[in-house]
Design a protein around this ligand. Structure first.
Ligand SMILES: Cc1cc2nc3c(=O)[nH]c(=O)nc-3n(C[C@H](O)[C@H](O)[C@H](O)COP(=O)(O)OP(=O)(O)OC[C@H]3O[C@@H](n4cnc5c(N)ncnc54)[C@H](O)[C@@H]3O)c2cc1C
Length: 463
């Protein structure tokens, strides 16, 4: 039986009532699958919600939103569960888990797809890829389309097709008062602006309509080069000089013990380059030549492949504990590259990484104020991260990340919301600089005046 607006869920957390009223699965403490259902991607997050609802449809979503409003319990929204801050699980509250909602409706001729927000980047990429089409998501297949899209979406095709939100044509959203809105450039344009970068602050998105790009083939994969100041600076210079078809992610980090890399290089600092040329692979070979020429590659797995091959299989039981800081910088010249190498060399964390993503291209051709993602002219996104084992080690690794990122700071003081951890209001404001914050706060006041959707990188409603 599906719940309608007229059947209010007034009895707070009567599990039998919830189970009767909702179509989806209701999981409570003591249920066999409770521990599995409360687990999120990042390790070290051990919260015990009062209930987890694996919603089946938009009626369930509206009912759970209403339940949160009526009980006052904290509401966590989960699509793929990758929030760095652990925002998709609540201590003592309600988890609205969309992961069973995986419906997709592809209009191949019209080059659009409606996708339910329980889908992952890989789910959508595989489904549309079967038609030679693509949406630009991030670097990890298991990331939910809910979180990545609402925050912006920076990935392997960012220079070719822009951010994920640049392909967003419309969305279905359940607002704090349980209303279902169809949102696009003509209908609720303020909300449509806000959900393109403003995160989960404004309602629960149940479906997204994406424009699909033609992408029958790519040249892509992994290129591992030895890391030193020259190769790191050279990699960034080559990536910046390349045409928009090329997007790169340079992870400067200790080489993992990969079977295809000679053992003597395991643990050495390398550029673990994830590379996509979104076009004819033969042309791509010419474009990646300057990267290959930087040094004798330790591994060169760049091949002509369908785009979905950029998302290798993942271990669902992998829950790393890490501290990280996201930022933008303007340049990686020889001095900055030497600075990066110096910080990486002086840490002994089992895994430590400086991730450098050259931006620009299609992403930068959209005006800063066209969406709530306000970093269109940022040049390079950097994520500094270190894995840790236990609380004492966490303090050591955090001090390293803090020192490193402070040292690396240049003129661009912005931050990308989807890579923020739990870092306080100042950092959320860095994600929404200047007028963006005021505009978002005003829209928040209109659609969520009581801040029901607050377990997120929160934008409180304007007073
Ligand atoms: C391993 C890893 C790799 C990543 N790589 C990239 C990358 O390459 N590019 C990039 O841009 N980002 C990347 N990210 C960041 C990622 O985009 C964010 O963590 C994003 O929020 C995750 O989305 P999710 O749905 O999986 O997460 P969840 O934890 O399920 O959701 C995160 C938050 O988003 C909101 N939310 C999610 N779905 C909805 C919805 N349907 N309606 C309303 N609110 C919702 C909620 O506030 C929720 O707390 C990566 C993260 C990880 C852990």
């Amino acid at each position: 039986m599906s719940t309608t607006d007229s059947t209010a869920l007034t009895a707070p957390l009567s599990m039998s009532r919830l189970r009767a009223d909702l179509t989806g699965r209701v999981i409570a403490p003591g249920d066999d699958d409770y521990d599995q259902a409360r687990t999120v991607v990042y390790g070290g997050i051990d919260r015990r919600p009062a209930v987890i609802v694996k919603v089946a449809d938009i009626d369930d979503v509206a009912a759970v939103v209403r339940l949160a409003r009526e009980t006052g319990l904290e509401l966590a929204i989960r699509s793929g569960g990758h929030s760095n801050a652990g925002h998709s699980v609540s201590e003592g509250g309600i988890v609205l888990d969309l992961s069973d909602m995986k419906g997709i409706d592809i209009d191949v001729d019209g080059r659009t797809a409606w996708c339910e927000t329980g889908m992952t980047a890989l789910d959508v990429t595989n489904a549309v890829g079967a038609h030679g089409l693509a949406v630009a998501f991030g670097d990890t297949g298991s990331v939910g389309i809910g979180g990545i899209t609402l925050g912006g979406g920076v990935g392997y095709l960012v220079r070719k097709f822009g951010l994920t939100i640049d392909a967003l044509l419309a969305a279905d959203v359940v607002t704090a008062d349980g209303e279902r809105l169809e949102v696009d450039a003509e209908h609720h344009p303020d909300l449509f602006w806000a959900i393109r970068g403003g995160g989960g602050n404004f309602g629960v998105a149940t479906r997204f309509k994406y424009r699909l790009h033609e992408l029958p083939e790519t040249l892509g994969g992994l290129l591992i080069l030895p890391a030193n100041a020259e190769t790191v600076a050279g990699f960034i210079a080559a990536a910046e000089a390349a045409p928009d078809e090329l997007s790169t992610i340079a992870n400067v980090m200790p080489c993992p013990p990969l079977p295809f890399v000679p053992a003597e290089h395991h643990g050495e600092l390398v550029i673990f380059g994830l590379i996509t040329y979104g076009g004819d692979p033969a042309a791509g070979e010419r474009v990646v030549a300057p990267l290959r020429a930087l040094a004798e590659p330790l591994a060169d797995l760049l091949v002509a492949q369908p785009y979905a091959a950029m998302y290798p299989p993942e271990d669902p039981d992998y829950h790393p504990t890490a501290v990280a800081r996201t930022m933008f910088i303007d340049r990686v010249d020889g001095d900055v590259a030497a600075q990066i190498m110096g910080w990486l060399e002086k840490s002994d964390a089992s895994m430590r990484v400086t991730q450098l993503r050259v931006l620009g291209g299609a992403m930068a051709r959209v005006p800063d104020d066209a969406t709530a993602f306000a970093h269109r002219s940022s040049r390079i996104m950097v994520n500094v991260a270190a894995f840790y084992e236990g609380p004492d080690d966490k303090a050591v690794r955090k001090a390293w990340v803090d020192g490193f990122s402070a040292d690396l700071e240049q003129e661009d003081t912005g931050a990308y919301v989807n890579f923020l951890s739990d870092e306080g209001e100042e950092r959320v404001r860095a994600a929404y600089p200047g007028e963006t914050w005021d505009r978002l706060a005003a829209i928040k006041a209109r659609y969520d005046p009581t801040n029901l959707f607050r377990l997120n990188q929160n934008i409180p409603p304007a007073r």
